[in-house]
Design a protein around this ligand. Structure first.
Ligand code: SF4
Length: 432
């Protein structure tokens, strides 16, 4: 029996895809192992979102080449977004890779690997307009949260983003497959699911839109919490706002990527909304949904961004007061519109100065918003051991991390916790 070891890099979508890959291979008489030394096939499921992601994988491949020298029959494979982005470049002799497969080619992996064992280098990087792996129900290890991918690809073409070229055009999974997966997860003891997509609120399958899909999943017995990520600010339907407000199972947390605060830069990014439209949506969501926590993504130093234009990003952050944010320096990506049209002309020094000031501002705001939770009681869904000894952590409905003394609760259990202290990233409390 051929044994396979899979290593995952990148986003939640890749974590889910790794489970899909393991399930497909196990269904084709491959044994899944969790130790690279005992594997006859080693697969790296890769990310392409920033240059650093590529560098990490190439470093890992150079280490794995030593494994191939010691065990020449080992098959080395690169799958996922980097495989789709760099394609056969990765099959160059010096890298030592035998198989590459893009995110839409995982059904062919058993065949690709079997042929590679017979000798030769194999590649499948064909993007699909229909593949959603809807009939593949990933095997999951126990835990607090389970991801369910509800759609693949993205039809937006944000100029900095590599996703449309690595994951292809949008296609929504049939709601029956999503609900069946939620039922299977509930029967395995999962109480929370996170619905995943590059742009979930453009989900549409026949006449089922995303709001309807969320309602259907909420009718699954045993599922107590539903999260979703990522929506695009350009189309945030009223029906979805109503569902988040009115359905007690849907968490009051929305991740709403801003990316930048200046209209000229938003236009160059092809984000299709303006600063005022974004702020109006954020204010509307906050006024409609009590207790709503808003998080976001921001890029600093996009080509031609001036200091004044960066100041617009800071002013939106002050105005909206995000609960948390993922903040990045612009990283030019091969195959993107920005790479083709705009030289990466903002110096790394300027990017570093901007990200430092942005992170400092956001820390103050996150601390202010977390401090408003002191004295209150929240239900935390336990995820595991905290860094500090004898402490465990979980998340409340608003996706805030809650740390408290270990009372024996297991991952996947809910605990009511009274908060007595806050930091920019964490609420600290005691089980009540
Ligand atoms: S919506 Fe998101 S995934 Fe789609 S192109 Fe824009 S940044 Fe990329």
């Amino acid at each position: 029996m051929k044994s396979v070891y899979v290593e995952t890099y990148g986003c939640q979508m890749n974590e889910y895809d790794t489970e899909i890959v393991k399930t497909i291979l196990a269904q084709n008489s491959f044994e899944i192992v969790d130790d690279v030394e005992s594997a006859s096939v080693v697969l790296l499921n890769t990310c392409s979102v920033r240059e650093n992601a590529h560098r990490r994988v190439l470093q890992r491949l150079s280490i794995l080449k030593e494994l191939k020298i010691r065990r020449p029959t080992v098959i080395l494979g690169v799958i996922g977004c980097m495989a789709q982005n760099l394609k056969t470049e990765l099959l160059e002799e010096k890298i030592g890779v035998d198989v590459i497969a893009g995110p839409d080619s995982y059904r062919n992996l058993p065949d690709l690997i079997s042929k590679a064992i017979g000798g030769g280098k194999l590649a499948d990087v064909l993007l699909s307009r229909v593949e959603t792996y809807s009939d593949v129900f990933p095997t999951k290890d126990e835990g607090a949260n389970a991801f369910i991918v509800v759609m693949r690809g993205c039809d937006n073409v944000c100029s900095f983003c590599v996703v449309p070229s690595t994951r292809g055009r949008e296609r929504s999974r049939d709601p029956e497959g999503v609900v069946e997966e939620a039922q299977r997860l509930a029967s395995m003891g999962f109480k929370q699911v996170t619905l995943l997509g590059q742009n979930v609120n453009s989900y549409c399958h026949d006449d089922c839109d995303f709001a309807e899909l969320v309602q259907s999943v909420s009718r699954v017995d045993g599922i107590r919490r539903i999260r979703f990520t990522s929506p695009h600010p350009k189309d945030f339907p009223k029906r979805l706002v109503d569902v988040v407000r009115d359905n007690p199972k849907v968490c009051s947390h929305i991740h709403l990527p801003l990316q930048a605060g200046n209209d000229r830069i938003l236009d160059k990014m092809r984000r299709t909304y303006t600063q005022r439209e974004y702020c109006a949506l954020a204010q509307h969501l906050r006024s409609e949904i009590p207790e709503l926590a808003l998080s976001t993504d921001i890029i600093v130093g996009f080509p031609t961004e001036t200091e004044e234009e960066f100041q617009d990003t800071l002013s939106v952050v002050r105005e909206v007061e995000f609960d948390s944010a993922f903040m990045f320096k612009y990283s030019e990506r091969k195959g993107t519109l920005a790479e083709r049209k705009y030289p990466d002309d903002v110096s790394d020094e300027a990017k570093t100065s901007r990200i430092t000031r942005l992170v400092e501002l956001q820390r103050k705001i996150s601390f202010k918003r977390n401090s408003q939770c002191v004295g209150r009681v929240f239900d935390a869904l336990v995820e595991g051991k905290a860094k500090k000894p004898n402490q465990i952590f979980g998340r409340n409905d608003a996706n805030r991390i809650v740390v408290f003394p270990d009372n024996g609760a297991k991952p996947g259990e809910f605990v009511s916790v009274k908060i007595h202290e806050a930091t920019p990233n964490t609420l600290i409390g005691k089980a009540v």
